[in-house]
Design a protein around this ligand. Structure first.
Ligand code: S3P
Length: 448
């Protein structure tokens, strides 16, 4: 990943207006190409997120012998010629996940089921992120995994094959861990069971049945996968809804900029992803859902957001996993809200693409915000306006860069956001879409 790139943002010249089509969901795009590659038959995927992270996942499968036809130049539609659960071939060189944690952690489960050796690596940020959370369970299932720090850090070498089912009681509320174990469970003898400390996004559980593999959830929340030994390409195309984690940046921007009124079309409203809307509602934001329907197995709706005075609140710990990717931009909202915002139970934010508590605290403090960083969250006292004409560092983290571009809309001058190119990992057209509703944001050359 290229971490360079300066984004120049803010202040907004006036109200934000318009209706936006947000690109496809990142989590579902990863899962769709994984399951399609492992299925018998041909799967068409529409609304695919053509960000660097998802393209890395597709390229991994191409490197292991899966034929993928891109049906559009912008890579938002593809046809995957699945090779079946046992049809992957060893890649000629290390598989590179780039910046994508979801890719590497879910692939660990899939590669654990292959009767050949694979090496997986990633960029500098991914190479610092903890992998033991997925390595330990696949080892217990029978795979051999080696890597730096006893297998906690990339690059990993995975030699799989015959796996046996386990009951995994996860210490972290992580959909990546749960999905890794379920995907390895496709190759295991027996029923794989997973428990998580708090429910997390359930896209793997919703998508596997589209490929013929049932997943059950017991009354106590245990997730069970009894492998049927194959995946089958669905008859109809897989449609990926718009990503709520991308929509959230514009929702916060509209809530912050006076007079704004925008609509985010057909975004995913899965309960395991809408913690950010619950937080914004509790902050007093003016949000309304219209045209509720479903896309595939996922609920979607149009979200209208109007400017409205935001106030502080204490985030309910149960909402944290459901908003885990949205806290950078929620911090921006809190920095400009009336009163105090308190987040606890969110230490996971420290092991994302960057340490998101530290990165947001540093960037927002440079613009005059009042943030008291805590080991597992932050206490933020809102101010009326942020200070412009400052430089901040996005640390090569897409969500830090976009969150600061949103915060800057309420600054008294431009904010220069360095190391922002990672926006391309999840939201390549963030800048033109932001400009289309009136946000003041543009790319500049480093050194400009
Ligand atoms: C994801 C799960 C979350 C999230 C990430 C996507 C997924 O990570 O932060 O952006 O698609 O499963 P964790 O499982 O580490 O919480």
């Amino acid at each position: 990943m290229n971490t360079g790139g300066i984004l120049i943002a803010g202040p907004a010249a006036g109200a934000l207006k318009g209706a936006l089509m947000i690109p496809g969901d990142k989590s579902m795009s990863h899962r769709s190409v994984m399951l399609a590659s492992l299925a018998d038959g041909v799967t068409e995927i529409r609304g695919f997120l053509a960000g660097e992270d998802n393209v890395a996942t597709a390229q991994m499968f191409m490197a292991m012998g899966v034929k993928i036809d891109w049906l559009k130049d912008d890579k938002t539609a593809l046809r995957v010629h699945g090779v079946g659960l046992h049809g992957l071939k060893p890649a000629h060189s290390a598989l590179n996940a780039g910046n994508a944690g979801t890719c590497v952690r879910l692939m660990t489960g899939i590669l654990a089921g292959q009767a050949f050796e694979s090496s997986v690596t990633g960029d500098a940020s991914l190479c610092k992120r903890p992998m033991r959370r997925v390595v330990d369970p696949v080892r217990r299932m029978g795979a051999t995994v080696t890597g730096a720090e006893g297998g906690d850090l990339l690059p990993l070498t995975i030699f799989g094959g015959k796996l046996k089912a386990i009951h995994h009681i996860s210490e972290v509320a992580s959909a990546q861990v749960k999905s890794c174990v379920l995907l390895a469970g496709l190759y295991a003898e027996g029923v794989t069971r997973v428990n998580e400390p708090k429910p997390t996004r359930d896209h793997t559980e919703r998508m596997l049945p589209l490929f013929g593999q049932p997943v059950d959830v017991a009354l106590d929340g245990t997730i069970l996968l009894d492998p049927i030994g194959e995946l089958t390409a669905p008859e109809h195309a897989i449609d990926i809804p718009a990503d709520p984690s991308s929509a959230c940046f514009f929702a916060v921007a509209a809530a912050l900029v006076e007079g704004s009124d925008i609509t985010l079309k057909s975004i995913g409203i899965n309960a395991r992803r809408d913690g950010w809307r619950r937080v914004m509602n509790d902050m007093g934001a003016q949000l309304s859902l219209e045209n509720k329907t479903t896309v595939g197995e996922e609920p979607v709706a149009d979200l209208r957001v109007q400017f409205g005075g935001l106030h502080g609140m204490r985030v309910n710990a149960d909402d944290v996993p459901d908003a885990i990717d949205e806290f950078p931009v929620l911090f921006a909202a809190a920095a400009l809200a009336d009163g105090q915002f308190v987040l606890t139970d969110a230490a996971e934010l420290r092991v994302k693409e960057s340490d998101r508590i530290a990165a947001m605290a540093a960037a927002l403090c440079s613009t005059g915000a009042q943030i008291d960083e805590q080991p597992d969250g932050a206490v933020i006292d809102g101010v009326g306006c942020l200070r412009g004409n400052v430089d901040v560092d996005a640390h090569g983290d897409h969500r830090i860069a976009m969150a600061m571009a949103v915060a800057a809309q309420r600054a008294d001058g431009e904010v220069r956001i360095h190391n922002a190119a990672a926006i391309a990992t999840s939201f390549p057209n963030f800048v033109p879409l932001a400009q289309s509703i009136g946000m003041n944001v543009r790319w500049a050359e480093e050194g400009a």
